[in-house]
Ligand binder design. Structure first.
Ligand SMILES: Nc1ncnc2c1ncn2[C@@H]1O[C@H](COP(=O)(O)OP(=O)(O)OP(=O)(O)O)[C@@H](O)[C@H]1O
Ligand SMILES: [Mg+2]
Length: 361
């Protein structure tokens, strides 16, 4: 049997652990149509927590309900690409020869600029309206998903938000689901770039419970005919800290080790698998998360790494010799960046597994 685990960014896992019910409002919105609150949703969470996978799930749900889906990553020019997607869908749906005189949006290099040229904005809107009216007539609508909004130019996001708001006001069936790091989302909402997005349903993703990971492993390994003692399964599940990317990595390496030993796993192979998974996690997640923070942020993290559990603000302030208001500024910034998280009154802890060990090393 093939290894079912998917330790790859954006790849749908064999078992979506701990996410039951999170898309219920969205799904309800698909039944209600235009203007339903659940049709506007923002998925946030730290790196590797499963944002892209949730977007995939939302897209699948929308398609099951017969809705059209446009799925884009927020790279410069994504608005023009959405325009092209809308043109393509309209052509597929509409009968008879197209009467529109609109040419592709990303042709002639528009796709490379960060903004749709002002003269093309009315075309974009008209294309959207035409498509939405066609879908509305069929009793469905359009869901647009945008991943990695932290990477994008504000003008494009605010343009998209304005257009979507306009469609909603006209009673057209549109849904918009974003995913991004908590920092990007709070900035976006606070800067007033797209005020109407404040009404969006916030879906904040967290680690899975260890017991759920154990249960999922038990089932997947049993289905694969792999023999493993319950206490070893517990150990493997604990090594993941409930963190989705690590759940896939640990599972993947366990499966690989089992394949070398006629589909059984002993203590030694479990150790080998968890160590390999942690190394790979460090390489992929930790180093990329640390690549774009300031020196002062780094000092703050090193101060935290001196403790074994959550750190108190006062403790950190003492180590980095900074006043409480300064400490609180870095604290908020690191929380927003998805690197640390509040852990009880006045305390913070690391939000990415392996980060503490990495900083100590
Ligand atoms: N609920 C889940 N249960 C088990 N595994 C999951 C779950 N959600 C995501 N994963 C796995 O975790 C990994 C990361 O998922 P994903 O790429 O969606 O994260 P992300 O939050 O988009 O990360 P990034 O911030 O790097 O874009 C993938 O290997 C995916 O298969
Ligand atoms: Mg992602």
């Amino acid at each position: 049997m093939q290894n079912p685990f998917k330790p790859t960014a954006g790849a749908t896992p064999p078992d979506l652990i701990g996410r039951a019910g999170l898309l219920d409002e969205f799904e309800y919105g698909l039944h209600q149509g235009s203007g339903a609150p659940g049709l506007l949703a923002i998925i946030t969470g730290s790196r590797g927590i499963g944002k892209t996978v949730m977007l995939n799930a939302a897209e699948a749900t929308a398609k099951e309900h017969g809705w059209a889906v446009i799925s884009r990553t927020a790279t410069p020019g994504f608005l023009a690409k959405i325009g092209d997607d809308m043109l393509r869908l309209t052509d597929e749906l509409g009968d008879g020869p197209p009467t529109r005189k609109i040419t592709a949006f990303s042709a002639a290099g528009f796709g490379l600029t960060t903004q749709l040229p002002a003269e093309r904005v009315p075309d974009w809107r008209r294309t959207g309206e035409e498509l939405l009216r066609l879908l509305d007539a069929q009793g469905t609508g359009l869901v647009i998903t945008i991943d990695e909004i932290h990477a994008v130019d504000r003008t494009e996001i605010s343009q998209l938000a304005a257009d979507v708001q306009h469609f909603i006001r006209d009673g057209l069936p549109i849904g918009l689901v974003f995913a991004g790091l908590p920092s990007a989302v709070s900035d976006l909402l606070n800067e007033g770039v797209a005020t109407f997005l404040r009404r969006a349903d916030r879906i904040n993703l967290h680690e899975a419970a260890i017991a759920e990971v154990t249960a999922s492993y038990r089932e997947l390994f049993r289905d694969g005919g792999i023999d493993v003692a319950p206490e070893l399964l517990d150990e493997a599940a604990e090594a993941t800290e409930g963190y989705p990317f690590l759940i896939q990595l640990v599972g993947y390496y366990l499966w690989m080790e089992a394949g070398k030993a006629s589909w059984t796993l002993d203590q030694n192979s479990v150790h080998k698998a968890t160590a390999a998974a942690q190394r790979r996690n460090t390489l992929v997640v930790v180093e990329s998360a640390l690549s774009d923070i300031s020196d002062k942020d780094r000092e703050f993290l090193h101060a935290m790494a001196e403790q074994d559990g959550p750190s108190a603000a006062a403790q950190i302030g003492h180590i980095i010799t900074s006043k409480p208001n300064v400490v609180s500024k870095y604290r908020n910034r690191l929380i927003a960046a998805g690197l640390i998280e509040p852990a009880g009154y006045g305390k913070v802890d690391f939000a990415i597994p392996g980060l503490r060990q990495y900083l100590r090393g």
